[in-house]
Design a protein around this ligand. Structure first.
Ligand SMILES: NC(=O)c1ccc[n+]([C@@H]2O[C@H](COP(=O)([O-])OP(=O)(O)OC[C@H]3O[C@@H](n4cnc5c(N)ncnc54)[C@H](O)[C@@H]3O)[C@@H](O)[C@H]2O)c1
Length: 432
């Protein structure tokens, strides 16, 4: 099938490359000419495991093309909108301006019997509004809303085998082509064909729930800090109950990235607009708990360092999570920045995110070698749980640092092993 993907960011590039590898003829359009040039040349503008190899193969088979020219989509049967919906600069609502511009430009050139599929995460009510626009323009184009649940770091597998497909449409018959499209490569994935508001809400409700779980355990971590309890044992012991589940109960410095933080804020803003602020007031609290986790980490560092001026702090991790180079709203990078602003001599290492971090926060010191990062450190902070850090040998690296004190911001290290090797370990939610 000839399809287009509008927006070649994390979501769009992944979706486009995976669909091309299945044999679809894919046209990718983005307004960012640098991004398009990179992709054309076979370079991904971000890191995602396995995706670069797939890009090379679809460029070779010529099943994909990249352009800034929107008219290139005019023959496509399905047009996927994968446009960013970031937090508004002036408030906490989502900024839909880029999505609206892209929708209008697609509509102006798409063939009349084609389908426009919104994959971006949007406030409830958006799809209905865009569908009204179609009907006002007497367009025959069909609109589907098909939120995306892929996880950065696992995006390729999640695209080929999503755990669910949700399609919002004006009528179930409008969703048939898209439902068949997904069924052709992922026949066992449960599909939910529903109306627009439900489809939009499934996505933001899922993110709100995940944020709630993480912030819940971080709230417990605050209580544990004050009472001498151990939040990791607490998480294991409550998570063993399969009604609760252990996943997303990792206490630490909290969540970040390009989705969860802005999505829960946009959800709060939308609830306020609907006069339902009370229904989601708990999310406001969970956003604050999440931000507090970052300041609690800084407080632990300052307690340890005393006056931080000129003291070397080795920061292990810049990405918001492992297996990604995404530093959008990264807790690790914010903690590094705060300590640097307080005068510490901060050196940041990350296996994949040094370039994106340096682009976002140019005035920090970045170091590619873990050895050099640790050399002479008075405090080491593990802030992104990359395997490279989890598998460090505490006996080997103790010789590098000036002071063998390590803050495990993700509660992932084998405490006994590190302590036996002579390290003092610090963490949130447990006294070690
Ligand atoms: N990144 C994820 O893991 C993920 C997962 C699920 C859902 N989402 C949602 O998907 C959407 C996109 O997220 P992302 O992370 O890929 O964002 P992104 O910022 O990485 O990419 C968005 C792309 O859209 C392009 N763009 C903007 N206006 C355009 C226009 N008029 N025409 C063509 N291209 C245009 C930008 O240049 C950019 O390359 C968001 O709503 C996000 O919440 C993302």
């Amino acid at each position: 099938m000839k399809i287009s993907v509008i927006g070649a960011g994390y979501l769009g590039a992944t979706h486009a490359i995976c669909m091309a590898s299945l044999g679809h003829e894919v046209v990718v359009v983005d307004v960012d000419s640098e991004k398009i040039a990179l992709l054309k040349g076979g370079t991904l503008p971000f890191f995602e495991p396995g995706l670069s190899e797939l890009l090379s193969s679809v460029l070779e088979t010529k099943t994909i093309s990249f352009t800034t020219d929107i008219t290139a989509i005019s023959e496509c049967a399905i047009n996927f909108l994968c446009i960013g919906t970031p937090q508004n600069r002036e408030g906490i609502a989502a900024d839909l301006s880029a999505l609206e511009r892209a929708f209008d430009s697609v509509l102006s050139v798409a063939k009349s019997d084609s389908i426009i599929v919104g994959k971006s995460t949007v406030p409830v009510g958006t799809a209905q509004r865009l569908a009204r626009e179609l009907s006002n323009k007497k367009s025959d184009t069909t609109l589907n809303w098909n939120p995306e649940f892929l996880r950065e770091g696992h995006a390729v597998a999640d695209t080929f085998e999503p755990n669910r497909i949700v399609i919002g449409a004006l009528a179930p018959s409008d969703a048939r082509v898209l439902a068949d499209f997904y069924r052709s490569f992922s026949p066992n994935t449960p599909q939910f064909i529903t109306n627009f508001p439900t489809a939009e809400l499934v996505k933001v409700a899922a993110n709100a729930f995940l944020a709630t779980k993480i912030s819940f355990i971080n709230a417990m971590s605050e209580i544990a800090d004050a009472t001498g309890a151990d939040v990791t044992v607490l998480a294991d012991a409550i998570g063993i109950d399969d009604r609760i589940g252990r996943k997303f109960l990792g206490a630490g410095i909290g969540f970040g990235g390009g989705c969860l933080p802005k999505d829960i804020r946009a959800f709060l803003a939308r609830a306020d607009e609907l006069g339902l602020g009370e229904s989601l007031a708990f999310l406001q609290e969970f956003d604050l708990i999440n931000q507090r986790a970052r300041s609690r980490a800084v407080a632990v560092a300052l307690k340890e360092l005393g006056n931080p001026k000129g003291k070397k702090v080795a920061i292990l991790g810049a990405a918001f999570k492992p297996e990604s180079d995404d530093v959008r709203d990264s807790p690790a990078l914010e903690i590094a920045q705060t300590l640097a602003a307080l005068g510490a001599d901060v050196v940041v290492n990350d296996p994949r995110a040094l370039a994106s971090a340096a682009e976002k926060v140019p005035d920090l010191t970045y170091e590619e070698s873990i050895t050099q990062t640790l050399q002479g450190a008075e405090l080491t902070m593990l802030l992104t749980e990359w395997n490279e850090y989890r598998s460090l040998d505490p006996e080997k690296v103790i010789g590098l640092v000036k002071t063998p004190t390590l803050f495990d911001g993700r509660n992932v290290l084998d405490v006994g092993k590190w302590q036996t090797a002579g390290w003092k370990l610090l963490a949130l939610g447990r006294s070690l």
